[in-house]
Design a protein. Structure first.
Length: 98
C-alpha cells in the first residue's frame, strides 16, 4: 500500500489512504516472557473456570502470588480472545414474540 520509493511523501500517501502516519512506521512487538507465562496461566484458569472475568481472575492470580492489575488482565484476555461465560445484559428478558 505505502511505497517508500514513490515520489509522493509517505505522509501524503498515508493521508490519501485515510490511515494514520503512525501506523506506517509501527512495528509490532512480541509479548515478553512475563506476559507469555501470565497468558498461559490465564488460559489454564479460563479452562477451569470459564465464568471468571478479569476481576475474578486477578483475585485468583493474587492468591497464587502473581500481582497484576485488572486492566492488564483485561488487555491480555482481549488479545487472547477470552470472554467470561455469563448472562449478558438483556438476555433474561422475555422475547416479545413468545
Amino acid at each position: 500500500m505505502i511505497d517508500r520509493e514513490h515520489e509522493l511523501p509517505v505522509t501524503r500517501q498515508a493521508r490519501l489512504l485515510g490511515i494514520s502516519r503512525g501506523t506506517v512506521y509501527y512495528l509490532p512487538r512480541s509479548p515478553g516472557d512475563g506476559d507469555l507465562s501470565l497468558m498461559r496461566r490465564l488460559d489454564e484458569l479460563h479452562l477451569e473456570h470459564p465464568f471468571m472475568g478479569a476481576r475474578m481472575l486477578r483475585r485468583q492470580l493474587q492468591r497464587e502470588g502473581i500481582h497484576v492489575g485488572r486492566r492488564h488482565v483485561r488487555t491480555l484476555m482481549r488479545r487472547m480472545g477470552l470472554e467470561a461465560l455469563c448472562p449478558q445484559p438483556g438476555t433474561s428478558q422475555r422475547h416479545p414474540g413468545h
